[in-house]
Design a protein around this ligand. Structure first.
Ligand SMILES: Nc1nc2c(ncn2[C@@H]2O[C@H](COP(=O)(O)OP(=O)(O)OP(=O)(O)O)[C@@H](O)[C@H]2O)c(=O)[nH]1
Length: 897
């Protein structure tokens, strides 16, 4: 027997599945849902039951259907219904408000009930009525489909081209206006999704409205079950929403589904008649577009205005990609990427070494330069920097020349200086007291010349040796009656090596027998050629005693200064050099200085060598207190914390605090250096020390177990005489070597000999830190031999072999260019990368050499300890076999006992 399913029956009758299912249930059939199958007889019975009530059902179905599509296509339907069917007046009313709709539904239900009751109507009439309904319904549906397609198309177009869409919407709306003038009103009202926020007021209102309709709504349509506060806008969302502007679509955000966004529900309702495929495509396209849209503004802020690369990358070693990114005006990620491309794996925070940074700079095509960190305590650097800066300065003015007088002994240097001081200083400065401050200035025709008051090349060269090149011109004094002498030649050499021009003053012209011609000829041998002979050396014949031509000499000095264009910038911070320094009773440390650049003021915070201070007083060569000192001017200053050394540099700082910290730092450094330079005498360096320091005695502190041993040793040691150098026992005693012995030995540059005694723990550590040598003996003659040998420079250090580890070869690899790598296991002790090693095979030593390389896994290792594997190679030996044993040893120096 053929069976028919309920949905087929429903389809045949054109009635909703649910109604048919319900009817089947009412008729007592086993119908669970629309898929339930019915027997032929049941089908007939069911159809029969519907045929009687068909018109009513049709009406009901129609109403239902209208209700269903009302949400999305109501506006189109309005027009349709108006022109086609008077019945649709009910629907039209339905569309006006939900209440009317519900009233209609109720009415339809009543009709339905009535029609069900009126089963006695003729079947033919019912069939006619049914056909009529179907026809109308089809017509209605096709119109609706067309409208729906059209609207969907518009909507799609709008999505593709929102701008055009607005126009087309306008056009469409105008078309629609023509077709349905009333619909325009509705459209105007509902353009765009009407987002009704679930405000408390609206919530109340909706709730009130819904409470009125709730009972009917619940009965009529399950889809409206949730029509409450949350979905207030659903009845208002009409077909015209579909082409709503995209902007409003996005605004849905969160509430969208409920508030008019043409989201899932609206779309499903609207696109019910379209293929799922097109729906999916549509959704995908919209999603993509949305994503694109979202991505666009995000990209913008990440776009960085590319700034040009610097010409030179001035870097610090240890900078990371972030730091370099800032310097290069590039993203750190880009730096990391670039380095990655260069084969360097790093992250943004990892410190990079010099090579990597320079490689990166090269990759960017720019130069790299490591930043030079200025050591504020390096005043020599500050001094030379200031000196260089003055050369570039526009404030440069002429400065007096600084002159040193040199010459052989008794040729009249001091006499000349004295004459100048008295004739050209005191005479001009009435009442002025000439005082020795290491230098003084003389005046000639209102021009000043600074003379350094320490004549002779020794002082000149000592200053030079300490980096002080303050002399501009050397005046070489040669006695006309004596000629060129050894120290004259030395002076010439010193001046020439310093590249300082020489003016020759042939002195003692007043002495009968003076022969300046002879002197000139002698000097010409040393390349000092006077202008008369085609040279450029200035020669002046003077008499320091009588003052003859002394002014001429000064004139020549000024002329030479003019040629040299000696200039200085008095406006910069002052720098200078100490000429002499001393500790004055009552005034503290005093320094005679020469200002070389800038202007020095009273109160200036200064650092002088390893001392510091604030200038308290300044006294010039005439004994006058001055407030400021200009270039080439010598002055005596007070206010320093300590006595500086001659040739120390003077640098002015911005504040006293900095000056103090720099000065203290420098003093500390100097002390440290001094300590480092102190090398205590030991047996090992005894011979060298004796030679270097020209030692006449070797100082020893002697400690022994008993007095007898002390005396015996002392006598034996004191008898040692090596080339006139003798042993001097500065202290001897019985007992352990203690701290006092070490301190004494340290202070006296002595070493300690212990006979049958040991140093205490503290004495031992003190000796190690102070560098005091302790030698321990148990045989008297051994001690005597060692001291003698050391004094003769023959003491050989003794070494002893010490096995540090044993290894077994477990595997070998032959690698070209490297040789045989022995994969070994450290059985005992340890092996280092510089150990001596013996290859032992079957108890026979096969090779004795050194470890060439040591690795632990892939990394180089300095040491591998017992219980670990390692890989090693042996210098010059590759015949290593599995099972070989390695004996690793070191040669350790053994001190004589
Ligand atoms: N007749 C004469 N004697 C001079 C002249 N200059 C210096 N003397 C004398 O020469 C001697 C030495 O003079 P100093 O000025 O001490 O010579 P110096 O080069 O300074 O000697 P040292 O300081 O030892 O290097 C003194 O007795 C001076 O009086 C001069 O021009 N004429």
């Amino acid at each position: 027997m053929a069976k028919e399913r309920i949905y087929e029956v429903a389809k045949e009758l054109g009635i909703d599945n649910k109604v048919v299912v319900q009817k089947a249930k009412d008729l007592g059939f086993d119908a669970k849902n629309h898929m339930s199958s019915l027997e032929d007889s049941q089908v007939k019975q069911l159809k029969g039951s519907f045929q009687n009530s068909a018109p009513a059902k049709k009406q009901e179905k129609s109403t239902n259907k209208n209700n269903k599509i009302k949400i999305s296509v109501s506006s189109i339907r309005k027009n349709e219904k108006k022109t086609e069917n008077k019945k649709s007046n009910n629907h039209h009313k339905n569309n006006k408000n939900t209440r009317n709709n519900n009233q209609n539904k109720r009415r339809n239900e009543r009709n339905n009930q009535n029609s069900q009751q009126g089963n006695n109507q003729p079947k033919a009439a019912a069939r006619d009525l049914l056909k009529q309904f179907k026809k109308k319904q089809r017509a209605e549906e096709s119109t609706l489909d067309e409208q729906a397609k059209k609207t969907k198309k518009e909507y799609h177009e709008q999505l593709k081209n929102p701008k055009k869409d607005t126009k087309s919407t306008k056009q469409n709306s105008s078309t629609t206006t023509k077709e349905a003038p009333k619909a325009q009103k509705t459209e105007k009202k509902t353009i765009g999704p009407k987002i009704l926020k679930p405000s408390p007021a609206r919530f109340k209102k909706d709730k009130a409205e819904n409470s009125n309709n709730s009972s009917n709504t619940r009965n009529n349509n399950h889809n409206h079950k949730n029509n409450g506060a949350k979905r207030p806008s659903i009845p208002k969302v009409e077909l015209s929403e579909a082409p709503a502007p995209k902007k409003d679509e996005r605004r849905g955000n969160g509430h969208g589904r409920d508030n008019g966004k043409p989201g899932r529900k609206g779309k499903n309702q609207f696109f019910n008649n379209h293929s799922e495929h097109s729906d999916r495509q549509e959704r995908k396209r919209r999603k993509n577009k949305k994503r694109q849209h979202e991505q666009q503004p995000k990209k913008q802020p990440t776009k960085r205005k590319e700034r040009p690369l610097p010409e030179t990358l001035v870097y610090d070693e240890g900078m990371n990609a972030q730091d370099l990114g800032k310097l290069l005006h590039r993203e750190p990620a880009e730096i990391v990427k670039k380095l990655f491309m260069l084969g360097i794996m790093t992250n943004q925070n990892q410190s990079l070494d010099k090579d990597t940074i320079e490689l990166l700079a090269a990759e960017y095509g720019i130069n790299a330069q490591q930043k030079v960190h200025e050591d504020i305590s390096d005043i020599d650097k500050a001094y030379s920097k200031a000196m260089e800066a003055s050369k570039e300065s526009k404030n440069q003015i002429k400065r007096p020349p600084v002159v040193t007088i040199m010459g052989h002994v008794d040729h009249g240097k001091t006499t000349l200086l004295d004459r100048l001081r008295h004739t050209h200083v005191s005479d001009h400065e009435a009442g002025g007291i000439t005082q020795r401050i290491g230098a003084y200035q003389v005046r000639l025709d209102d021009r000043l010349i600074t003379f350094l008051d320490t004549p002779g090349h020794a002082a000149f060269s000592n200053m030079r040796a300490r980096g002080a090149e303050i002399t501009d011109i050397v005046v070489l004094v040669v006695a006309a009656d004596d000629g060129v002498m050894p120290q004259t030649v030395e002076a010439i050499d010193h001046a020439k090596s310093a590249n300082v021009p020489i003016i020759v003053a042939i002195n003692k012209m007043d002495v009968p027998g003076a022969n300046p011609q002879h002197v000139t000829e002698q000097l010409m041998k040393y390349n000092l050629i006077p202008e008369d002979y085609g040279g450029d050396t200035i020669f002046v014949d003077i008499s320091a005693k009588t003052g003859q031509n002394v002014d001429d000499l000064l004139q020549m000095i000024l002329l030479q200064a003019d040629v040299m264009e000696l200039k200085a910038d008095p406006k910069q911070k002052a720098i200078g050099t100490v000429i002499e320094a001393r500790l004055s009773r009552g005034r503290g440390p005093v320094a005679d200085i020469l200002v070389q650049q800038g202007t020095l003021h009273v109160g200036d915070p200064i650092v002088v060598g390893n001392t510091f201070g604030r200038i308290r007083t300044m006294t010039n060569d005439r004994g006058r207190q001055v407030k400021k000192v200009t270039p080439s001017e010598p002055v005596e200053i007070t206010g320093l914390n300590d006595v500086p050394e001659s040739a120390d540099k003077i640098v002015v700082f911005d504040d006293e605090k900095t000056a103090r910290s720099v000065g203290e730092q420098r003093a500390q450094q100097a002390l440290q250096k001094q300590r480092e330079n102190v090398t205590h005498v030991t047996l090992d360096n005894l011979f060298d020390t004796m030679k270097k320091e020209n030692m006449k005695e070797v100082d020893i502190v002697l400690k022994a177990d008993v007095q007898g041993s002390v005396e015996a040793l002392q006598q034996s040691l004191e008898k040692i005489d090596v080339e006139g150098v003798r042993v001097n026992i500065i202290h001897s005693g019985v007992g352990a070597i203690n701290e006092s012995d070490v301190t004494l030995a340290g202070a006296s540059n002595a070493f300690i000999i212990g006979f049958n005694v040991r140093p205490t723990a503290t004495a031992k550590s003190q000796a190690e830190s102070d560098g005091v040598d302790i030698r321990l003996y148990s045989i008297i003659y051994k001690a005597i031999d060692d001291v003698t040998a050391a004094m003769k420079g023959m003491l050989e250090p003794t070494y002893e072999e010490k096995v540090t580890g044993n290894l077994t070869v477990r595997e070998t690899w032959k690698v070209s260019k490297v040789g045989t790598i022995a994969g070994s296991f450290v059985d005992k002790g340890y092996v280092t990368n510089h150990s001596k090693i013996r290859v032992i095979r079957d108890g026979i030593v096969k090779y004795d050499g050194e470890v060439a390389s040591l690795k632990r896994y892939k990394d180089d290792a300095k040491e591998v300890k017992q219980g670990n594997d390692c890989g090693l190679t042996i210098n010059g030996y590759n015949d290593i076999k599995v099972g070989d044993e390695f004996e690793v040893y070191e040669m350790q120096e053994v001190k004589p006992q």
